[in-house]
Design a protein around this ligand. Structure first.
Ligand SMILES: [Zn+2]
Ligand SMILES: [Zn+2]
Length: 319
């Protein structure tokens, strides 16, 4: 290893103030070091292959970060691996210096939109001769410092599937992908892998598993991946816990129950919502009595397209 490469090795950069400019600056500096390194006469020009080890801390699990790294590395012809650890994402990539340089810059520039890089450490090492790039099984040991993401609202692509009668996820309410879906509510321990979530009990069907294993699919390693065949289902229960309906029929009957003045407890991914028809005085009064909430305003659900508070709400302008 040359002196310059030794200088690059074991570099460490922390962005305590989470300012992305620092990381970009750091990458540009690293780029210059790589260029200098590749021009150094001590480096054998016939063997410009190096191994880059990167440790990324931040909100980088459950957001499609490993699939993103896999696609990026394979598109650049790099070999090595990526793994989720309890501290973040660890990457080893082997290839020509200029490709490693592009790799590092692209990680920052093209990373998944909902991910958040808190710090990035990189070191340049001698190659060990990896032949493929692989997504390795998560490491469960070590300090647990990775950030857990919140639940993310259903993305436009998933919504498109839910409302497409020709899609196999038509009307399936638990549709999700690496860009959306539950995270915080289903995680029981880290690293964020299906086995460590409440989805562990739902074995994926053949089609879901194929998506999960396809690096080019947006559900590649989407931990809560599911469909109507293999995933959780919606059911409507009466006050005694007896099941009245399943799936789409359960949703329709629940809507009718609200219209008929019943209070419906909807179990979501983050807890229960008690729902009643805001226009039905009797239902609202019953809800207030049961909740012992006589005066405090209740949250109002409204279809955005029809939102017109003046038409349906009475109150002072400041309310
Ligand atoms: Zn989605
Ligand atoms: Zn399935």
């Amino acid at each position: 290893m040359s002196n310059i490469e030794q200088g690059i090795s074991n570099r460490r950069s922390n962005y305590h103030d989470f300012d992305i400019r620092y990381s970009l600056f750091d990458i540009l500096r690293f780029k210059n070091e790589l260029i200098k390194s590749s021009m150094n006469k001590e480096v054998n020009p016939k063997n410009p292959i190096r191994r880059l080890r990167i440790i990324i801390h931040g909100a980088v699990q459950g957001v499609g970060f490993r699939p993103f790294i896999y696609r990026l590395a394979t598109s650049l012809g790099l070999t090595g691996w990526v793994v989720n650890s309890t501290q973040g994402v660890i990457i080893e990539a082997e290839g020509e210096l200029n490709r490693l340089n592009t790799f590092l810059i692209s990680i920052e520039k093209d990373k998944p939109p909902v991910s958040f890089v808190q710090s990035l450490e990189s070191s340049l090492l001698d190659p060990v001769g990896y032949t493929v790039f692989e997504v390795r099984k998560s490491e469960a040991s070590g300090d647990k410092t990775v950030l857990i993401l919140p639940d993310i609202a259903t993305c436009p692509e998933c919504l498109g599937e839910i409302f497409n009668p020709l899609d196999r996820r038509y009307q399936y309410p638990f549709t999700n992908c690496t860009n959306c879906g539950p995270r915080f509510s289903i995680i029981e321990k880290i690293p964020y892998d299906r086995i460590n979530t409440t989805m562990a009990g739902f074995a994926m069907c053949g089609q879901c598993l194929a998506e999960y294993n396809d690096p080019m699919n947006r559900r590649f390693h989407a931990q809560p991946n599911a469909c109507a065949v293999c995933g959780p289902r919606v059911s409507l229960w009466d006050i005694n816990g007896a099941s009245l309906a399943m799936d789409q029929e359960a949703l329709i009957k629940a809507a009718h129950a609200v219209q008929d003045g019943f209070i419906v407890a909807v179990k979501g991914i983050g807890g229960f919502h008690l729902m009643a028809d805001a226009r039905n005085d009797g239902a609202v009064r019953r809800l207030r009595r049961r909740k012992r909430r006589e005066d405090k305003p209740l949250a109002l659900m409204y279809q955005i397209a029809l939102f017109s508070p003046g038409a349906h709400c009475a109150g002072a302008p400041a309310d």
